[in-house]
Ligand binder design. Structure first.
Ligand SMILES: C[S@@+](CC[C@H](N)C(=O)[O-])C[C@H]1O[C@@H](n2cnc3c(N)ncnc32)[C@H](O)[C@@H]1O
Length: 288
């Protein structure tokens, strides 16, 4: 089974309850608050922020949108958001929530697709190009080849547009006790990697591919696992490196000021979230 197919199967099965647990609601709120306080850092003009740099039209692509965290974060400051996810059930929840909120498909709409499929990337067409902002939240640790992923997403930006991702910082975990309280002195990388429907054969397969040089993304800190990999994490330098390899410029990576509490795969952890941004170069700008 391909990585994308494993992801589809896994997220199809959990779409209804994916982000409804109280701790998840809290994490999503913390991410929302943090990002809305960093609009300047993201580095594109938005709409409706009250700033003199505001513009009339801002188009966002929310890639691996799931139920739409990044769509909700930026909803007030963009004019249109399109979503893409490999899981039909996640897409169904995404669209149902937008309609329930009274938002028309012309403003918010997601479809099933996989831009990273090397034989048959989808969706296609002009409406899926030229975005001002491409977001991808808690998703890069699920992608098989992060350089390819970042490059594909860059190609869907307008020149000067920005790719923004978030994920977990390697070494940024603290263990929690049964009550969810952080256990001091347990700093490290504690989240298990979960392999859904995969076994040693796939590990070996990916090891072989990495050995054969087919995967740039297996260097330490740039990609912790290649199958549906809950818990994988990235170093700041690793993200900077694969963003640069993908051809992004003006790259910066920051971490959220405080850890967030998560329960994943039977573990209770306080984890550090990182945000990374990189810009599609404006052709010719640096040749003057
Ligand atoms: C952990 S969820 C994150 C969902 C959402 N972005 C959020 O922050 O809540 C990861 C999402 O990535 C999607 N996904 C995984 N691989 C993908 C791919 N190659 N193309 C599109 N979506 C993918 C999954 O279906 C899932 O909805």
């Amino acid at each position: 089974m391909s990585t994308a197919a494993a992801n589809r199967q896994f997220f199809d099965a959990i779409s209804e309850t994916y982000d409804t647990k109280p701790f998840f609601v809290k994490v999503n709120q913390e991410v929302t608050d943090d990002l809305r306080n960093r609009l300047d850092w993201i580095g594109i003009p938005f709409t409706n922020t009250g700033s003199p740099s505001d513009v009339d039209s801002v188009r966002q692509l929310d890639y691996a949108c799931g139920t739409g965290l990044m769509t909700r974060v930026f909803g007030p400051y963009v004019t249109q958001t399109l979503g893409i996810d490999v899981s039909p059930n996640m897409v169904a929840v995404y669209n149902a929530r937008a309609r329930a909120a009274g938002l028309p498909p012309s403003a918010i709409y997601a479809t099933v697709g996989d831009l990273f499929d090397k034989e048959n990337p989808s969706p296609n067409g002009a409406e899926w190009d030229g975005f001002d902002l491409v977001t991808s939240s808690f998703a890069f640790h699920h992608f098989e080849d992060v350089v390819h992923a970042a490059r594909c997403l860059k190609d869907h930006l307008r020149p000067g547009g920005v790719l923004l991702i978030n994920d977990f910082l390697e070494g940024g975990d603290l263990k929690a006790d049964d009550d969810g309280k952080p256990i001091e002195g347990t700093e490290g990388t504690w989240a298990h990697r979960h392999h859904h429907g995969h076994g040693k054969r796939d590990e070996q397969h990916h090891h072989d591919r990495a050995e054969a040089g087919h995967e740039h993304s297996r260097e330490p800190g740039t990609m912790a696992a290649s199958i549906v990999a809950k818990g994988a994490s990235f170093t700041i330098e690793g993200v900077k490196k694969f963003f640069a390899q993908a051809g992004l410029v003006d790259v910066d990576v920051v971490t959220m000021g405080k850890r967030v509490y998560l329960e994943m795969g039977g573990q209770k952890l306080w984890r550090t979230i990182l945000f990374a941004r990189g810009r599609r170069p404006v052709e010719g700008k640096f040749e003057l």
